[in-house]
Write a protein that binds this ligand. Structure first.
Ligand code: MN
Length: 229
């Protein structure tokens, strides 16, 4: 407890459980858009290797479940299962060939999206940050340390709703790899310990209704499941 003259108690540090013990304190959440060719096509984009683009979510939008509230004022909530990278150190202008040295661990996450709000914002050329960065918009499982699993470069990434597979891809199909994403992002911002990076979703994104049970898996990383309430 420091002795600064807070006018009210500072908010608690958002965090994730680490497999094997301890907690990973969260700083910022960066998300890569359109990083699998098949998903880029389903969203109407060009699947050629264009520079990556990024958006953000608040750190306190990261929640483990088991229940996720259906967002208010939303008619089309979409799921996007993603490999999540947790940084243990940071920097600027990080070279691609040493970028993985900054990764503490990996997790399974879902980039929940208010697709109705996002579509409207795109059509009106308005910012779409609130369609991505709303409360509880980043359900994320345990951080699994690199020390136990290394760096997953391929493996199945899946999401099922009420037992039916909706998304099924492979990490090897990312347009931009994890070290390339870290290197690119570190030229835009100073990356820091506690930063998370959502690395994009395979195709098959779709709507979630209230009561939907969502089960996600990333091979060799783990799983995440939650229910929409
Ligand atoms: Mn996404």
């Amino acid at each position: 407890m420091d002795d600064r003259d807070w006018v009210f108690a500072p908010p608690a540090t958002p965090s994730l459980e680490v497999q094997g013990g301890g907690r990973f304190p969260l700083r910022r959440v960066f998300c890569v858009g359109r990083n699998y060719a098949a998903h880029t096509r389903e969203m109407g984009g060009n699947p050629d290797r264009e520079p990556p683009f990024f958006f953000t979510k608040p750190a306190d939008a990261v929640v483990p479940g088991p229940e996720i509230p259906y967002p208010t004022q939303c008619a089309k909530l979409h799921h996007e299962v993603e490999l999540v990278v947790g940084l243990g150190s940071g920097g600027t202008e990080i070279p691609t060939n040493s970028a993985l040295d900054h990764v503490f661990g990996y997790a399974v996450g879902v980039d929940l999206t208010r697709r109705d709000m996002q579509d409207e914002a795109k059509a009106l050329r308005r910012p779409w940050d609130l369609s991505k960065g709303f409360d509880a918009s980043a359900p994320t499982g345990m951080i699994v340390p690199v020390a136990s699993i290394g760096h997953p470069k391929s493996g199945a990434i899946t999401l099922a709703v009420d037992g039916a597979i909706r998304q099924s891809g492979d990490l090897a199909d990312m347009i931009w790899t994890v070290p390339e994403i870290i290197a690119y992002l570190s030229r835009l911002v100073a990356l820091a310990p506690g930063d998370l990076i959502f690395t994009g979703t395979p195709d098959g994104v779709g709507p979630l209704a209230r009561g939907a049970h969502v089960e996600c898996r990333v091979e060799n990383v783990g799983k995440l499941d939650f229910t929409i309430r």
